[in-house]
Design a binder for this molecule. Structure first.
Ligand code: SF4
Ligand code: SF4
Length: 136
């Protein structure tokens, strides 16, 4: 049975050079489409991939990624910022790999730019006021 999955990979700096997409294609016979790639300010890599192939191969490919120390999460469809719940605490700002949050210096208000968001989900569990919502 064939399967297609969109995945968010987060990996440490020392794995940035590893040819992971090559391994997924060659060793697991998967079709890999890179949707986004980004290095965070903390020098972590975030890669959003669409992976398709045999169901067992997709599972094996994911197991391979996890085994070498990569965090693998399914891609969330979209993220919603609830402006009314946001207290502008700025906790989310440094974690976002695509700089989707900006702090307006004059007012110390946080602004969310939806167009920059890749829906990686990193800010969701981090926001203490549940202002970032997952839309599945
Ligand atoms: S962590 Fe939550 S409350 Fe704090 S600035 Fe970000 S969205 Fe707003
Ligand atoms: S989900 Fe949150 S951390 Fe991820 S890109 Fe969007 S705003 Fe940034």
């Amino acid at each position: 049975m064939m399967e297609k999955k969109k995945l968010v990979l987060t990996f440490p700096h020392d794995l940035l050079d590893k040819p992971i997409t090559y391994h997924l294609i060659k060793d697991y016979d998967l079709i890999v489409n890179i949707l986004k790639a980004k290095i965070t300010p903390k020098e972590e890599g975030v890669l959003v991939l669409e992976v398709s192939g045999k169901k067992t191969s997709v599972a094996q490919g994911i197991a391979y990624l996890k085994n070498i120390g990569i965090a693998v999460e399914p891609l969330i469809k979209d993220i919603k910022w609830d402006k009314d719940k946001c207290t502008h605490c700025t906790a989310c700002v440094s974690v976002c790999p695509t700089d989707a949050f900006t702090v307006i210096r004059e007012t110390m208000q946080v602004v969310f730019d939806r167009d920059k968001c890749i829906a990686c989900g990193l800010c969701v569990s981090l926001c203490p006021y549940h202002a970032m919502e997952i839309i599945l």
